[in-house]
Design a protein. Structure first.
Length: 457
């Protein structure tokens, strides 16, 4: 066996030497030469490397003609919206969500509708028996759908069965954590088993043109369980969100190689399964006849879809010396702290002696920075006990300087508000200069907005 050659690498400049020296000859640094292990100089190593002996691949330019991928509509408009138009042939989709949120129900409904449209669909369950899935289909009124159903956990058995004859157009695996590959050791659900099983299923999808949908479990913090590389392997990652105590569900695209990630699908859980919600704003707005302090309506934007949500704030004055509490549900707590700081430093309002509670009605989670002005309006209304007009909406981003900055898609937000009967909008000054169906009141600074809310000036 050939003797390994010694090499010394300078940790400062990276130069390589065959002998150790106290000073590097290139950068003149002292005591930086460190011995590193080197590959043995064998005849095979001397004659073979990865630069020769391979198969030449074809390189094409970016301007080469390419056809758009074919999509298969699921028959569920909200699911197609989140996917960007439907499932793509030879693609892999990963959908995750909390237990009982409705993942299996949604995919069973989509599989049944696609099967009824004439496509060959296979549904493999590793968590339930075939009879359980059949009973659920009957409860949903889809018992007559020609879906090919099986209960199996062996990846080899599944792929061997599906490789015989014509491959299905859609394959649903529920769930990937229950699959087992006999190529490696380990129990189902381990990192190695999840990665190996997903790799084999994705390879089958690419080779046979089948759209594969993998259901993934989630951890207690809401992220998809298993190796992170699983999300890199698939083409689309969908997150099914919502509270089990509420009827609505939101399907959000986190990753989509064939479309955008700015669209959502909204569903409502009913006795007949998941039903589509054409007007999501109706889920998050409270129907009231009179104004209430601490409440304002914010036109959020999810992709190209505006959703009106209600922001609720409550302030409770404490006795001297007590530590005030800040509680937030559905919004970023750090963002709330910033808005409170700007209201105190720039507008002269004091929240230091008050407990502050902020809630987004309906369990909706807002991440849009345009919610700053609506949150500030709710806080000012709760502190001053002056209600925001019931026919008003508010949106705008608040800077640390107290400036109210414009946000994207203002006309789209106001159009949705006017459609639902709102008549006025509290907006940044730059937005107020445009045309709209609402009566616009523009503000350049948060201080002028506070004066308007409190009836000063």
């Amino acid at each position: 066996m050939a003797k390994p050659q010694k090499r010394y690498v300078c940790q400062a400049c990276g130069s390589v030497a065959s002998r150790w020296a106290g000073q590097c000859g290139d950068c003149a640094e002292w005591n930086t030469m460190v011995e590193e292990a080197n590959t043995a100089a064998t005849p095979f190593h001397a004659k073979h490397n990865l630069q020769t002996g391979g198969r030449a691949i074809q390189l094409v330019g970016l301007d080469a003609d390419i056809a758009l991928p074919d999509r298969m509509a699921t028959g569920i408009a909200e699911l197609d919206r989140a996917l960007g138009g439907g499932f793509v042939e030879a693609s892999a989709t990963l959908i995750g969500g909390d237990p009982g949120i409705g993942k299996s129900t949604l995919l069973l409904q989509a599989a049944a509708k696609m099967a009824l449209s004439g496509l060959r669909v296979a549904y493999v369950s590793g968590e339930e028996a075939a009879d359980q899935v059949r009973l659920r289909a009957r409860r949903l009124g889809l018992g007559s759908a020609p879906v090919q159903l099986a209960a199996a956990t062996s990846t080899r058995d599944i792929l061997t069965t599906l490789s015989q004859g014509q491959p299905p157009a859609l394959l649903v695996i529920d769930s990937i954590q229950t699959m087992h590959s006999d190529l490696i050791e380990g129990a189902p659900g381990t990192v190695s088993q999840v990665r190996a099983s997903a790799q084999e299923l994705i390879r089958f999808a690419k080779e046979r043109g089948t759209a594969v949908v993998l259901v993934g479990h989630v951890t207690k913090d809401g992220s998809i369980a298993g190796p992170r590389v699983l999300e890199h392997m698939v083409d689309t990652v969908l997150s099914f969100e919502g509270e089990r105590s509420h009827q609505y569900r939101i399907l959000r695209a986190i990753k989509n190689r064939f479309g955008g990630t700015d669209e959502i699908g909204v569903f409502a859980m009913a006795t007949e399964g998941l039903t589509e919600v054409a007007n999501p704003s109706s889920l998050f707005l409270t129907h009231r006849d009179e104004s209430v302090t601490g409440m304002t309506v914010f036109p959020a934007l999810e992709g190209t879809r505006p959703v009106l949500v209600e922001i609720q704030a409550l302030t409770v004055r404490l006795a001297s010396g007590a530590t005030p509490r800040r509680a937030v549900v559905g919004w970023d707590s750090g963002r709330l702290a910033m808005i409170l700081a700007v209201l105190e430093a720039r507008c002269g309002l004091s929240f230091s002696a008050c407990e502050v509670y902020l809630n987004i009605a309906g369990g909706y989670r807002v991440q849009d920075p345009a919610a700053d002005l609506a949150v500030a309006a709710a806080l000012i209304s709760a502190l001053s006990e002056r209600p925001v007009p019931i026919d008003s909406v508010a949106f705008g981003e608040v800077a640390l300087s107290g400036e109210i900055r414009p946000v994207a898609h203002g006309p789209l937000r106001m159009k949705e508000a006017a459609k639902l009967g709102f008549e006025r909008a509290l907006v940044p000054a730059a937005v107020a200069s445009g045309k709209a169906d609402l009566t616009l009141t523009g503000f350049r600074t948060l201080a002028s907005f506070v004066d308007h809310m409190l009836g000063r000036g």
